[in-house]
Ligand binder design. Structure first.
Ligand code: ADP
Ligand code: ZN
Length: 517
């Protein structure tokens, strides 16, 4: 095995898990490989065909990715090709049937639609493994469910004794067991690496509402531009991509853009300029995804709460692949949380809707987290994390001074309670700030004793306080109806308050929030 590694790839030693996985494949066992991007998963299915002299069939979702891999393998003297449904020329397929390829890539559509006679010819000449790359796409609980993956379960009945290998960079325990079930893996060897990317700094900031928000965000990007290395900005909408790129240009910085509504030529050009360092910044939607292998990305900034923690982990994971210290900052506004319904529209079943909702909630919680972000991420992916403080995220390093907010918390909670807990946050905040809008006067909320008592601080400050009261369990947010009410714990606090006296309530407030106050 080592000599094959040396001869074909030029490497002198295997990385963790690689050898064990290859041995299991050669022994005819199934495996599930969950290892971080860049850890060397591809090698696990590329070595066995060179040893056994049988074909490895690899299912991969992206044609561009397969083309890159095939080219790289050919350069190493390995016979590789790919098959997809769009091909008219059938020579690759007939060559494949004769067993001349070491590695044959296929799209999931092709693999599930190709005839049984193709498989039996290939079986006759010898298949050493069937690998399913990006295997999380098979699970409704994964962050990137693809219908065409679902049909791969048929392959098990055709390729009965072929070792199956599922490979992915992100899968919670639930997704792992879903992959095992869907691919019908038999007593698989589990190779689950650590999710800890030690060179990545994780941090979150809140952004203001409205157009001033883009302006502030661009200022943050400009700070990153000052240091070297590439930057990826992930936005949750095409509109934001365009607006941020425009504002950057107005500030004198050219950036590339990438989103699903661009023509593929323009997208490729943008990608190419970024890879070749002709542009430093890529502003993109999550369409800028799989197959981005640029080692020196120093900053990944997210503008808006991501739709799941899995996708956040993958997108931010494109940072610092070369192992050098890099930064992942997320900017969010509470209004991002209202996107739940939008994301749920993609759901095709109730269980999928639930899955989307749960992943989105985890991302929201990450935004509002007051404890170690790394620990939260690792534990989300089922890793046991012995420490409380990683020393390398904002919550572990940037001191958050605790201030006594008992008076303001009392006002806000009492106001929310008096308004009946039927509203979002805007109305009670407007009441505190003394608004006499028609809605407020009609409901006689201007007669409440707290009306106008909170004028001295901004509406945004009240909202930041509210999000803290939510994360500390004093307020409850109903995400479906977008209403805020006082929780039993909040009621407890209120019952120990009088208008002139409240028990102390210390909450950690970040530097920027103190400035806002
Ligand atoms: P993944 O599929 O897990 O994202 P890749 O298979 O693309 O990762 O591997 C990432 C990089 O590491 C590639 O450049 C690959 O050639 C290299 N690599 C893989 N295995 C080894 C090894 N044993 N020694 C040195 N480099 C390796
Ligand atoms: Zn930490």
């Amino acid at each position: 095995m080592e000599s094959v590694l040396k001869k074909h790839f030029g490497y002198s030693a295997f990385r963790p898990y690689q050898k064990q996985i290859i041995e299991h494949i050669l022994d005819g066992n199934d495996s599930l490989v969950v290892m971080a991007t860049g850890s060397g998963k591809s090698l696990c299915y590329q070595v066995p065909p060179l040893i056994s002299n049988k074909t490895a069939v690899v299912i991969s979702p992206l044609i561009s990715l397969m083309q890159d891999q095939v080219m790289a393998l050919k350069q190493r003297g390995i016979r590789a090709e790919y098959l997809c449904s769009a091909q008219i020329d059938s020579t690759v397929q007939s060559k494949a049937e004769s067993g001349i390829f070491h590695i044959l890539y296929m799209t999931p559509e092709k693999a599930s639609s190709v005839s049984n006679s193709f498989w039996s010819k290939l079986l006759n000449v010898g298949i050493c493994l069937l690998a399913v790359d990006e295997a999380h796409c098979i699970s409704e609980w994964g962050h990137n469910f693809r219908v065409e993956y679902k049909q791969l379960d048929k392959l098990r009945d055709v390729l009965i004794n072929v070792p199956f290998v599922g490979l992915t960079a992100t899968a919670t325990e639930k997704v792992q067991s879903d992959i095992i079930q869907s691919l019908k893996l038999k007593d698989p060897y589990l190779a689950v690496g650590s999710f800890d990317r030690k060179n990545l700094f994780y941090g979150v900031k809140t952004s203001n509402h409205g157009s001033s928000s883009v302006f502030e965000f661009v200022e943050e990007i400009l700070k990153c531009v000052a240091s070297s290395g590439s930057i990826i900005i992930y936005c949750t909408s095409i509109k934001d991509v365009e607006q941020i790129s425009k504002s950057l240009l107005e500030a004198g910085v050219k950036s590339g853009i990438y989103h699903g509504r661009m023509a593929s030529k323009a997208r490729e050009e943008s990608h190419r300029l970024f890879i070749r360092d002709e542009i430093q910044i890529m502003v993109a939607t999550i369409a800028f995804g799989m197959g981005i292998d640029k080692p020196d990305v120093r900053h990944v900034l997210h503008y808006g709460c991501p739709k799941s923690l899995e996708s956040y982990y993958q997108e931010s994971g494109r940072c610092g692949r070369d192992g050098i210290a890099s930064n992942c900052w997320l900017y969010y506004n509470r209004s991002d949380f209202a996107k739940a319904d939008f994301y749920c529209r993609e759901a095709q079943s109730e269980s999928q809707r639930k899955a989307i909702m749960e992943s989105f909630m985890a991302a929201q919680q990450y935004c509002m987290l007051r404890t170690c972000r790394r620990k939260y991420l690792l534990e989300y992916f089922g890793e046991i994390c012995a420490y409380e403080n990683c020393g390398y995220c904002d919550n572990c390093t940037i001191p958050k001074k605790e201030i006594d907010v008992s008076k303001q918390a009392f006002l806000l909670m009492a106001c929310i309670k008096s308004c009946g807990g039927r509203w979002g946050l805007n109305l009670p905040v407007d009441v505190l700030r003394g608004s006499r809008s028609k809605k407020i006067v009609d409901a006689r909320y201007d007669k409440l004793p707290f009306h106008s008592l909170g004028k001295e601080v901004s509406a945004n400050w009240w909202k930041i306080l509210a999000s803290q009261l939510i994360s500390f369990g004093f307020l409850t947010e109903n995400l479906k109806y977008k209403t805020i009410s006082v929780s039993p714990e909040g009621m407890n606090f209120l019952s120990s308050c009088t208008p002139d006296h409240q028990p102390p309530l210390l909450l950690p407030v970040g530097e920027e929030e103190q400035q806002n106050a």
